[in-house]
Design a protein around this ligand. Structure first.
Ligand code: ADP
Length: 722
């Protein structure tokens, strides 16, 4: 007999032992069902060991082995690595991989009917219509046939009994169509061809090879990585490709491009999938039949059988960092996933993250550069508007310079985009009588006013309420007023300036469904919209050929707070937004409103000097020993009262192990010190680059007992400093 060591998708430290019946075939990686406590659970066999002493006799048995190919050794190593790196139990990581139980079993079936070729002895007009309908559609579900032939289900039943049609049980989840390489009808430029060749060779070699594909927006990065995907499809007929994009960049346009190029849509993985779509993708990936997966960050954890290539498009994007539950960065873990799978990984961006740039400079990643936009398209002209010199009128947010540009653009029949990364009407609601600002209950965060819905919303916790008539603090009536602008208010200002313009607001409030988004994007792309006012949702993946003016309403908003990456992120976001202008025949311009025109990020934007900006950022971070030159980790504690959290924070501080070069800052109240009634404290831990900070954090955590009401979370390489 053998013993199977089974890992469950639960926060348990280790796999558990189970007896394996003689006639059961399990191997490392097998997906199994086994009893755990009072329940039966799905887990993965981590190891199979011999049982010479018959100890297995006392163990509970493995109940079932699923007909899914075992999880590969590379994936199991990845689960272990990711667990160590993020300081989480391996079962938590496994849980992120086992996101669809339905995918473990073969597809459920549905009953369809098709013709047998026999004619029924008795023919009626209704029966004729059914036979005619089935002759046309081949096979169909009962209700489909009944509707097509306009008959009742009794007629179908009668035909089955007469032997003229036969039921078949067919799978509901169909395999994905096999992609094929249908080369684009464009000639790659010399630098594109060079980059594509390098990637092709790397993919064909089948060894770990990380690349940074650095090229301005519109330089054809997508065309280049399509060549790498084509190579992976050619290499062997099982090689799989994962393409990760930020969720909001998974637009219709990118799916169409894949369909055009590879003759079939890729398998999808993102938060908007139905359970049925989820189980289909999971099953097809695990069986190695889904060849191209296009998804958001969590697609990294799918159990690919043979991963040959990973593409991380927009690799600098902050949304690759998951902040809830297991905190991880899909780019950083992606590199390790590629390494363990002997795969090529391509990180593509027009504004690479400093971390990635430094890795490329130091030779850890190979660098591929695309410096030009093919064809006539040119980069937009970027102009900084110094708001101290060109202040807006009272109660307005657009400077005279931007107002004039908007008017000109409308007269010329071109489109404009105003960018402000704030949803709603006003980010703050204040009582004119008592001066109090409205806060979300039990949370140190302001309520945002949304005029369209008449609601006040806390963007941190999602708490929503009707805007009250009276101030909740002093009771004065009609004294609540919104302070500062959100996209709705900017749209109002534009409407007053240009009443004849067609204005559209594009934010997660107006685009709640894929259908809304498609409609908004289509109206803009087809020129029905004159002026779009949008949040960061506009920054990615959309191509608006007639957009010639981009106005950034408040370039300084992302710079506030003590965030390490504020300057870098502002630069990336604004470059991306500005890059929306003038993609096609029309030259574009971007006007950037700022009160800090001397800020290095603004100066670099104006001069188009990305590398100069990165060099300054790099020097500053190097000086301070900040990432990527040193390592950072954060610990966030929370508890229902300030006393409790402070007591616990003291315990945590005392338990910190000694470590060479390790510096601990805190405990300090987190910048948002109270969320949903929980008080929060924060430690920041800094170490030199050569220290295994994850191991240090794990050692620290193992010395702690977290009180029942308290919570502790560790974040390796934090991106959010709230
Ligand atoms: P990126 O991913 O760098 O933003 P894309 O790959 O999306 O760039 O290319 C931008 C546009 O330029 C696309 O419409 C693409 O089809 C086109 N394009 C890319 N390379 C070429 C080329 N060599 N010749 C003509 N058009 C090209």
């Amino acid at each position: 007999m053998a013993i199977a060591r089974v890992l469950f998708p639960l926060p348990l430290p280790e796999p558990f032992d189970y007896a394996v019946a003689e006639d059961m075939v399990v191997e490392p990686g097998s997906y199994v069902r086994a009893p755990l406590g009072k329940l039966e659970r799905v887990g993965v066999v981590w190891d199979v060991v011999d049982d010479p002493n018959g100890r297995g006799g006392n163990l509970k048995p493995v109940l079932e082995v699923y007909p899914t190919p075992p999880m590969g050794a590379d994936m199991r190593q990845f689960v272990e690595f990711a667990a160590k790196y993020t300081v989480t139990p391996p079962g938590h990581i496994l849980g992120m991989s086992l996101r669809s139980r339905g995918g473990l079993s073969p597809s459920p079936t549905e009953r369809a009917y098709r013709l047998t070729g026999e004619r029924p002895a008795k023919m009626t007009p209704a029966r004729e219509r059914v036979i005619a309908a089935l002759t046309e559609i081949g096979e169909g579900l009962g209700p489909e046939i009944a509707a097509a032939a306009q008959v009742s289900s009794g007629v179908i039943k009668g035909l089955v009994e007469a032997g003229a049609i036969a039921p078949i049980d067919r799978p509901i989840d169909l395999p994905f169509p096999v992609p094929a390489n249908t080369p684009a009808e464009l000639d790659l430029t010399a630098e594109q061809a060079e980059a594509a060749d390098a990637l092709r060779q790397a993919v064909m070699a089948g060894t770990f090879a990380p690349y940074l594909l650095d090229g301005v927006t519109g330089s054809g990065k997508t065309e280049v990585y399509f060549e790498a995907i084509a190579a992976a499809l050619e290499r062997d007929d099982r090689c799989q490709v994962l393409v990760l994009l930020p969720e909001i960049a998974l637009t219709q346009a990118i799916w169409s491009r894949f369909r055009d190029r590879f003759g079939a849509a890729p398998a999808a993985w993102h938060s908007g999938l139905s359970e049925k779509e989820r189980r289909r993708t999971w099953r097809e990936v695990a069986h190695g039949r889904a060849r191209i997966v296009l998804g958001a960050r969590s697609a990294l954890f799918l159990p690919y059988r043979k991963l040959g290539l990973i593409i991380i498009d927009e690799e600098h994007d902050g949304s690759f960092k998951q902040e809830d539950g297991v905190t991880y960065h899909a780019r950083d873990l992606g590199v390790m996933r590629a390494k363990l799978a002997d795969a090529t990984i391509v990180m593509a961006s027009a504004t690479p993250a400093l971390e990635t740039t430094v890795n490329a400079q130091q030779g850890r990643y190979a660098m591929l550069k695309l410096s030009a936009r093919p064809g006539a398209a040119t980069l937009p002209d970027i102009q900084i508007v110094d708001m101290r010199e060109h202040p807006p009128e009272k109660g307005q947010w657009l400077s005279p310079v931007l107002r004039e540009a908007l008017t000109e653009t409308l007269i010329e029949g071109q489109q404009s985009l105003l960018f402000l990364n704030r949803r709603g009407y006003a980010p703050l609601v204040l009582c004119r009588a008592c001066g109090q600002k409205l806060q979300s209950p039990g949370t140190e965060s302001w309520m945002t006013e949304h005029r369209y819905t008449g609601m006040l919303v806390c963007h941190l916790t999602g708490f929503t309420m009707r805007k009250p008539d009276a101030c909740p603090h002093c009771g004065a009536v009609n004294t609540l007023m919104g302070v500062g602008p959100g996209v709705e208010r900017i749209a109002e200002e534009v409407r007053a300036l240009l009443p004849e313009a067609k204005i559209e607001i594009f934010s997660s409030d107006t685009a709640q469904t894929g259908e809304d988004t498609r409609a908004i994007v289509e109206r803009m792309a087809e020129g029905q919209t004159d002026i779009m006012v949008g949040t960061q949702i506009v920054a990615k993946g959309h191509n608006f050929p007639r957009l010639t003016l981009v106005g950034v309403v408040d370039a300084d908003s992302g710079m506030k707070g003590g965030d390490l990456r504020a300057g870098e992120r502002t630069f990336q976001l604004l470059s991306q937004v500005a890059g929306r202008a003038g993609r096609a025949e029309h030259p574009g311009r971007a006007l950037i409103q700022t009160y800090q025109p001397d800020n290095p990020a603004m100066m670099a934007l104006a001069m188009g000097d990305r590398d100069g900006f990165l060099a300054i950022e790099q020097a500053v971070r190097n000086e301070m020993g900040m990432p990527p030159f040193g390592r950072l980790a954060a610990v966030v504690l929370s508890a229902p009262s300030a006393e409790l959290v402070d007591l616990f924070a003291n315990e945590v501080a005392k338990a910190a192990p000694n470590g060479t070069g390790i510096e601990i800052f805190g405990p300090a109240p987190a910048p948002i010190a109270i969320v949903r009634g929980r008080h929060r404290r924060r430690f920041l831990v800094k170490s030199p680059r050569d220290v295994d900070l994850s191991a240090y954090m794990a050692a620290w955590q193992s010395k702690l007992k977290v009180p029942n009401a308290a919570r502790l979370s560790v974040d390796i390489e934090p991106y959010s400093f709230l």
